[in-house]
Design a protein around this ligand. Structure first.
Ligand code: SF4
Ligand code: F3S
Length: 103
């Protein structure tokens, strides 16, 4: 699953789709962790979709990731500032790709 200490163990290498990108990245195969308050490890996400279905405030949206081995779309936490820390997404993701850190 996603490293809950990613902010310590990784470096922010940029921003894409309105959220931080935590490296290392080497597209298209290695895409890093996306977002900070709501973080999705794009290298683990396999596009299950439960997070998009269940988030009560629609934090996530699909983005295209052609050429990635796990899936060619990913759940981007575009509206992470809307998060109400309900933890539903963390609970429903089958591969533990999501970390939510109630500040
Ligand atoms: Fe949405 Fe709740 Fe996950 Fe926040 S913790 S992104 S509100 S499902
Ligand atoms: Fe991906 Fe998990 Fe959501 S696999 S689409 S982060 S439920």
């Amino acid at each position: 699953g996603i490293d809950p200490n990613f902010e310590r163990n990784r470096e922010q290498v940029g921003e894409e789709h309105d959220v931080a990108v935590w490296g290392p990245v080497d597209p298209p195969e290695q895409l890093g962790i996306r977002g900070t308050h709501v973080a999705v490890d794009f290298d683990i996400c396999l596009a299950d979709g439960a997070c998009l279905e269940d988030c009560p405030v629609d934090v996530f949206e699909w983005v295209d990731t052609p050429g990635h081995g796990e899936s060619e779309i990913k759940a981007n936490p575009t509206d992470e500032e809307q998060c109400i820390d309900c933890m539903l997404c963390v609970d429903v993701c089958p591969v533990d790709a999501i970390d939510v850190d109630p500040g």
